[in-house]
Ligand binder design. Structure first.
Ligand code: CP
Ligand code: NVA
Length: 332
């Protein structure tokens, strides 16, 4: 799709449903090529910079593996290894990187930072997660929905938890554009902001989808095709809010009881990492302090849907590859 060449990938709001579907189709094509051992390195000679102001496993590895598969070289920059923010402004850093690299990935805090990088670098810039949006994750999620439920259109997609941060916002946008019935299920104070909800309702009206906000978990999970959750405290948020989040969001934990009320073929999804047991520093600390074995999802649910969850994680790589390839003008 020629019109994707040279574009930034900052939020799904900037793309039409056809363009989003094109990314998904291209990702599926690259996935097939990779599984069949067919090379797709048409971007040989190009270089991309990967900036991570927050930590990452999936997104970083996806960008690196995908870039290498496409024939490109990568440079990883984190807080400790560059001047960004401390000795050099975002604007000046972007201006430098734009002279050397063909594309730039950014993960960090406010959305305005990735927008500034796009503006000053002049090369395609990809959002690897900000406080507001996580658009590459949504492509992986939608590819996974396609693989498990055939078609994403018309599906009831329920997000439980903090629905006003990056994952809640971006899933709502993606669902609205692609014609899914999106339900944000959370206490009112965790609902996405009204301005974004209104925009999404307008897109949903065109795509045949819908947007529902509810505090009622029974109403939400009834006939759900997908039940999705995310961590209760996101990267960059203060540690002091754990107690309040645990209190507010425990009724929205994804349990087998909730999954059993969903549609027969419903799947559970999570962007990961997940607190489904006590095998992490934070999980162990919180579990011991508040007396539980899991947080946003029980280990039972996590284990039952392991295949979906790790296919979803793998799909990060195939979809990120499609984003870099299409915006750099390579269609495989
Ligand atoms: N889902 C996701 O973005 O994972 P990472 O934080 O490991 O990149
Ligand atoms: N909401 C989470 C998503 C992690 C992929 C965070 O921002 O930490």
């Amino acid at each position: 799709m020629a019109e994707l060449k040279g574009r930034n990938f900052l939020t799904l709001m900037d793309f039409t449903p056809e363009e989003i579907r094109h990314f998904l189709d291209l990702a599926a094509k690259f996935k097939k090529m990779k599984k069949e051992g067919r090379t797709h390195d048409g971007l040989k000679g190009k270089n991309v910079a990967l900036i991570f102001e927050k930590t990452s496993t999936r997104t970083r590895c996806s960008f690196e593996v995908a870039a290498h598969d496409l024939g490109m070289q990568t440079t990883y920059l984190d807080n400790s290894g560059s001047q960004l923010g401390k000795k050099e402004s975002v604007e000046d850093t972007a201006s430098v990187l734009g002279r050397m690299y063909d594309g730039i990935e950014y993960r960090g805090f406010g959305q305005e930072r990735v927008e500034t990088i796009a503006e000053y670098s002049g090369v395609p810039t990809w959002n690897g997660l900000t406080d507001e949006y996580h658009p590459t994750q949504i492509l992986a999620d939608m590819l996974t929905v396609r693989e498990y439920l055939k078609d994403e259109k018309g599906k009831k997609f329920v997000y439980m938890g903090d629905a006003r941060f990056n994952m809640g916002n971006s899933l709502m946008i993606g669902c609205a554009k692609l014609g899914l019935h999106f339900v944000a299920c959370a206490p009112k104070k965790y609902f996405p902001n009204e301005e974004l909800v209104n925009k999404c309702r307008a897109w949903a009206a065109e795509s045949g989808g819908s947007i529902t906000l509810t505090e009622d978990t029974d109403e939400a999970v009834k006939n759900a095709d997908v039940i999705y959750t995310d961590v209760w405290v996101s990267m960059g948020e203060p540690a002091g809010i754990w107690e309040e989040r645990i209190r507010d969001l425990t009724p929205y934990k994804v349990t087998m009881e909730k999954m059993n009320k969903a549609s027969e073929n419903a799947i559970f999804m999570h962007c990961l990492p997940a607190f489904h047991d006590l095998k992490t520093e934070v999980g162990k600390e919180m579990g011991e302090k508040y007396g539980f074995n899991d947080m946003e999802v029980t280990d039972e649910v996590f284990s039952k849907y392991r295949d979906v969850l790790f296919d979803e994680a793998e799909n990060r790589m195939h979809t990120i590859k499609a984003v870099m390839a299409a915006t750099l003008g390579y269609e495989g």
